[in-house]
Design a protein around this ligand. Structure first.
Ligand SMILES: [Zn+2]
Length: 460
């Protein structure tokens, strides 16, 4: 390209850009977005906050002392970050505890005990004190188990369907495998099984078991539900091929105690023109009792609080109210999200709800679930995220905590980050602060700040 042509082209582009900016008011937010991104990378506080939460408190299972400490911490962090009307909104939460030691081993006919890494699934009952020693049937689907029928009686039912590694969308792969964890104990008991042993729902091969919530049905006998590491699952499967009469020993000591009073933590920036129109942004403060609950979901909590701090730092005054919520009890009950949506808030309307609960990784997109008119209205802001190559607003999004607002017809939005590593860490001892990248986490907070601000200014 010649110099003259290059100059002319450049002028033409600037001219067109300015004309477009005048014709389409959304262009005015481009510079706000860039400033927010810059500030988040230079002076962001999400990572420091997450370091505090994960190292000074640690994991935070609902009903635990740590969860109670996290509530106090989140409240003071919101106040420190200059949020307004910081308060607690109480909710009753389940109180399940893991108890003492957990044991797992493969008992070979030769008298050898090969240790396997196991952990109780959340909500499970305990095994008898001495544990359970039983033969094992391996299955991959509930249909396969039904077909076994009586053959599964008095056995440990080993659900070994792997996480589909071919799926780019790891949340989809998770969704396809997690039925074993959720309903494994019910299905096992229906055919007379004595325990459900479930392959950890992760694409990663290691010796770390991943927990997660499981269910029971009142009409079906309760048997323990226990996760086994992926390495342990492969080893057990191999040994079963050689000898299907081998036994497995499992001991877990968990129990469910009475519900405990806990709370969501709430803070906001009050809207200057339409204070009763609210955009909620949140993550969940509780975590499983494994690792530090860093990606799941300390990340989402600190990003939500930090988003409001970034707006405050720039002196931006949203027309509508932007409210950050650190929800309690997403993992094993959703009671916080339920309580938030059920609370009477006279005169208020929620115009959008955004959740960050897919890990604190590099932002890639926002996912939106709503009608097509409001989807288009939200999707017109995609370009604001182009400076970090995250300018995609796609169909389908939300989060457990905000899902209770869906009944009130509130658009559901998820911050979607890069998702290849999430399930390597999820619900396990692997989920620690050293797995979180500071810049990626801060950029997620910036994305939340930008989207909440533009929705507060322009509505949905
Ligand atoms: Zn989560």
């Amino acid at each position: 390209m010649s110099q003259v042509l290059r100059y002319t082209t450049k002028s033409l582009i600037s001219f067109l850009f300015l004309s477009v900016a005048q014709a389409f008011p959304q262009q005015q937010y481009d510079s706000v977005a860039i400033t927010i991104f810059n500030n988040s990378l230079k002076t962001g506080k999400a990572f420091d906050a997450l370091t505090e939460l994960t190292t000074k408190i640690g994991n935070r299972l609902s009903g635990s002392t740590n969860a109670a400490r996290a509530v106090v911490w989140a409240k003071s962090k919101m106040a420190e970050f200059g949020l307004e009307d910081v308060h607690l909104e109480p909710c009753l939460v389940p109180h399940w505890i893991r108890g003492g030691s957990e044991e797992g081993s493969i008992l070979t006919p030769g008298g050898k005990a090969i240790p396997i890494a196991v952990t109780a699934l959340g909500g499970s009952i305990a095994t008898p004190k001495q544990g359970i020693n039983a033969e094992v049937v391996e299955v991959h689907t509930f249909k396969e188990l039904d077909e076994l029928g009586q053959k599964a009686k008095d056995k440990i039912v080993f659900f070994n369907r792997p996480f589909d590694e071919t799926k780019f969308n790891t949340f989809e792969a998770y969704g396809e495998a997690v039925d074993q964890r959720w309903a494994g104990a019910i299905q096992a008991a229906k055919v007379g099984g004595v325990l459900a042993l479930v392959r950890s729902v992760t694409p990663h091969l290691d010796n770390v078991p991943h927990t997660g919530v499981m269910g029971y049905m009142d009409s079906v006998t309760k048997v323990p539900g226990v996760a086994i590491s992926t390495q342990g699952a492969n080893e057990l499967s191999e040994l079963l091929k050689k000898d299907d009469r081998l036994k497995v020993h499992i001991k877990v000591t968990c129990q469910t105690l009475p519900d405990v009073e806990s709370a969501n933590v709430v803070g906001e920036i009050k809207g200057t023109e339409f204070p009763n129109e609210v955009i909620v942004v949140g993550g969940h403060l509780d975590s499983w009792d494994k690792g530090q609950g860093a990606h799941d979901d300390g990340a989402g909590v600190v990003q939500s609080i930090e988003a409001l701090r970034l707006l405050k730092q720039l002196g931006l005054k949203p027309k509508r109210t932007i409210r950050a919520v650190a929800f309690m009890n997403e993992e094993n009950g959703g009671r916080g999200g339920e309580a938030y949506a059920a609370k009477d808030r006279p005169g208020e309307t929620h115009i959008a709800a955004i959740e960050s609960d897919m890990g604190g990784f590099m932002p890639r997109a926002f996912g939106v679930s709503t009608d097509s008119v409001r989807f288009k209205s939200i999707a017109r802001w995609a370009h604001l995220f182009s400076p970090i190559w995250a300018d995609r607003i796609v169909w389908g999004g939300g989060g457990t905590d905000i899902s209770f607002l869906e009944k009130k017809n509130v658009p559901q939005i998820a911050l979607i980050p890069e998702m290849q590593r999430y399930f390597t860490y999820h619900h396990s001892d692997n989920d620690t602060i050293d797995k979180v990248d500071e810049r990626e986490l801060e950029l997620g907070a910036a994305c939340l700040a930008i989207l909440t601000y533009v929705l507060a200014q322009e509505g949905v």
